[in-house]
Design a protein around this ligand. Sequence first.
Ligand code: HEC
Length: 447
Amino acid sequence: MVRLWAAGLIIAAAAMAAEAPPSSVTFNKSVLPILQDKCQTCHRPGQVAPMSLLTYQDARPWAKAIKAAVETRKMPPWNADPAYGHFLNDRSLNQSQIDTLVTWVDSGAAEGDAADAPPPKQWPTGGWEVQPDIVIDGPEFDVPASGVIDWFWVAIPGAMFTKDTWITSIQFQPVDDAVVHHIGIAFVPHTADVKYNEPIWQRVERDADLITIPGQKESFETLRNAIGGGFQDTYVPGHTISDYRRYNAARFIPANTDVYLNLHYTPNGKPIRTHVRVGFTIAKEPPQRQVVMVTVGGPTDRDHFRIPANNADYAAPPGDATFARDVEIFSLMPHMHVRGKAMTFTLTYTDGKTETVLNVPRYDFNWQLQYDTSIKVAKGTKLRVEAHYDNSAGNRYNPNPNRDVFYGEQTWEEMESGYVFVLVDDPNFDPRHPDLVEKATRVQAAR
Ligand code: HEC
């Protein structure tokens, strides 16, 4: 089979060299390479997309939908304004790829000669994007058909790192993505009193509209401090993998570290028993650089963060941070909830020059993408995160335009979080040391 493909390719290449390219665009020759490169990561069995686009038989019934989805740039999901920044994982199609797909559909969506097709792309088994070295399973959880489920932390039994480990990629598998609002992960020094598999709930009191009642004890903060500063990586809808291998970087996990997951399930109409999975690849030897995730967000108190009812374009107070050492920013990720509309990340360099490095003009809660880049910033560089919200009836995801919206953890409350992933060029840097993290960036004091 494989040999046949290879032979076919050679013949095809020879034929193409000899004569002008044929005018008809076929699936095997022109479409499949694009699908392999830009679509199959999600459009294959077991992945987030509803249908497979692995073969002609899979893709043919979707021809018209493919045309519509690529012409409107709904697919592949990619929300960065091309006028700003430069992204290593830019999965958007260029105009000639769009033209190829559209021409294929308009000309009858022919299959073409099998000999023209590239060999099928090999994907890791088990639904992974990269085959993990270590897999951990979260606890089985019964998600009810409806209602509100608070966040909880849980220490995962059998997941303790017993020796120093360098994690080079983290991949979350929600398993049932429709009910998983997020998965957070924290690496916490082992203590004798750790209680594995026992959810630690963050209960929140709410009013009749399910809005968090202010003034209650912030149990989450206490817990967060106990866990050691909160999330160290996170899955949200649309996220695939945090892969540091290409940067020769890793997260250092010292010996005797427990893994905690923070789970937020959202009911989706029918009860389901489910769990999540996390896969890691690990380095054989210590890498040169350390990975740190920092959150740059605006204020969270009600005096400063209040999205007025029926306001279609509320500009929230920005989040600001100053880098206290030289770092390389390698990934940016806006996080807001369903009223989130737009977010920008702007750097002010030490020479005073200002540059917007990411603009997401139409934020989509269902596609919270990570934008991978490479920006070296010197100590003293400032980062500003600015967010806009649409709390009007015109926002089709808005559950209630008639209430002011405040900071909160549920999707109908709001957040203003710019996640910034940085590389620290120091093999001995311990990213969990709170002082060093605080020095790496000044996280908004209001948190
Ligand atoms: C990051 C994952 C991802 C990638 C990459 C991706 N898709 Fe999708 N696609 C989805 C998901 C999830 C859905 C269903 C939800 C939705 O429509 O947003 C979908 C839906 C679709 C639909 C149905 C749209 C509709 O309106 O019903 C089409 C057609 C489609 N994708 C084509 C493509 C093509 C063609 C590519 C590559 C050029 C691509 N997708 C890349 C995840 C992806």
